[in-house]
Ligand binder design. Structure first.
Ligand code: HEM
Length: 379
């Protein structure tokens, strides 16, 4: 029996190491992640069973990610309209303008590191626009996310607390600006301030702690994954010019194609759960209270479901793709993410016809997916 342990901190090439480990175990053990769930079948058995695997896995309020029913459904209902097709079509022109501006930084025949110059700026500008925050906040937000991620990796409680306080201060500032402003210009931050929920029979506005948490989850949910996704799309187009051409010529459904690119190279590595009772996952015993981590980055490349993990086949793989999760916590931001990525690809393909990777890329390490550094040349 091979050693079924997996520590994210030991992995320079997390996707390759998960591919290898999944061949001989469905669930690995990890100091950091607890039971690290690897196969598609095992991951589905966890996420579809929210009574046994609770999302209340952390110690801080996390709306709605860290909640279980019935509380989860109350807050989930409150945020879903923010991603409705009407709200998204209102946001589309701003999104397209940001994509055009960011992509215009790519100059033909000049090498460019796209993670720091294109992917992260796109994700940050889009997030500020989506929340109605000033564009000048993008740098602050970018620095905050980087430091927060470092604190997560190092499990540095003091740094995590400091970052949580900083984010809270940033949100309070945005709420105060809106309270003091005479204009009634609506944006998603102001809408959240007026949002009502009915908890324990009492209808009330969201409190500040809940608003901070929702905005933190949207920001963390959006920026890291969208930036990682953009890097992976650049890489995929450079390696697969025939598929990029099919997309340009409308021979493929663009949303399905992007979902499949991100199944192959996952932007989000994992999410947490906690067992509410003694149970098992694919034969692996799990005790009440133990930590469980579902590894999307492994399940979505499981050969038992997808055949060859790297083979691009959107039609075949669409139904089993766990890119945006499954079950009651399925990503509410998926329609927004899909729109942003679709617009980005459309605008990229209008300006650029060929991409080439010009230096050995650096993969991102846990908890990020995609690339740390990716230098391309456009033609
Ligand atoms: C490519 C981009 C994205 C990917 C791959 C992604 C993926 C996911 C996945 C797999 C989950 C399920 C987590 C679980 O079961 O524990 C999730 C949940 C969530 N995502 Fe996303 N997401 C993306 C973009 C976004 C965006 C743009 C937003 C909002 C602005 C967002 C907000 C959320 C929230 C709030 C949850 C928690 C939902 C709940 O607990 O009910 N995500 N996401």
């Amino acid at each position: 029996m091979k050693d079924c342990r997996w520590e994210p901190s030991d992995q320079q090439h997390q996707i390759a190491s998960l591919d290898e480990l999944r061949q001989h175990c469905a669930v690995a053990q990890s100091d950091m992640l607890g039971h690290a769930v690897l196969t598609h079948n095992a991951v589905c058995s966890v996420i579809e069973n929210h009574d046994t695997f609770s999302n209340a896995a952390g110690s801080h309020l996390s709306v709605p990610n860290g909640m279980d029913p019935p509380e989860h459904s109350i807050f989930r209902e409150a945020i879903e309209p923010y991603f409705s097709s009407q709200r998204l079509s209102e946001f589309e022109p701003a999104c397209r303008e940001i994509a055009r501006t960011v992509i215009s930084q790519i100059h033909k025949d000049k090498p460019l590191e796209v993670v720091s110059k294109i992917a992260k700026p796109f994700a940050l500008h889009i997030q500020c626009a989506f929340l109605g925050w000033p564009d000048s906040l993008t740098n602050t937000l970018g620095e905050w996310l980087e430091a927060n991620q470092k604190a997560i990796v190092n499990n540095d409680r003091a740094a995590l607390k400091e970052k949580a306080d900083e984010f809270e201060a940033l949100i309070h500032q945005q709420l105060d600006v809106r309270r003091q402003s005479k204009t009634t210009k609506d944006d998603n931050t102001r809408r959240l301030m007026n949002e009502k929920v009915t908890v324990n029979g009492e209808t009330r506005r969201l409190n500040e702690e809940e608003i901070v948490s929702i905005l933190r989850n949207w920001t963390a949910g959006e920026v890291g994954t969208i930036a990682a996704a953009i890097g992976s799309i650049f890489y995929f187009f450079a390696q697969n010019p025939d598929i990029a051409d099919k997309l340009r010529n409308n021979q493929l459904n663009i949303d399905d194609a992007i979902d499949e690119i991100l199944r192959i190279d996952p932007p989000l590595i994992s999410n947490r759960r906690r067992a509410t009772k003694d149970t098992e996952i694919s034969g692996c015993p799990v005790k009440q209270g133990e930590k469980v981590t579902v590894l999307w980055a492994s399940a979505n490349r499981d050969e038992a479901v997808f055949g060859q993990a790297d083979a691009f086949n959107p039609e075949r793989n669409k139904a089993n793709n766990l890119l945006y999760g499954r079950g009651i916590h399925i990503c509410p931001g998926a329609p927004l993410a899909r729109m942003e990525l679709r617009i980005f690809v459309q605008e990229l393909q209008k300006q650029i016809s060929k991409l080439e990777v010009v230096e050995a890329p650096e993969c991102a390490t846990y908890p990020s997916g995609g690339f740390q550094k990716l230098t391309i040349k456009a033609a």
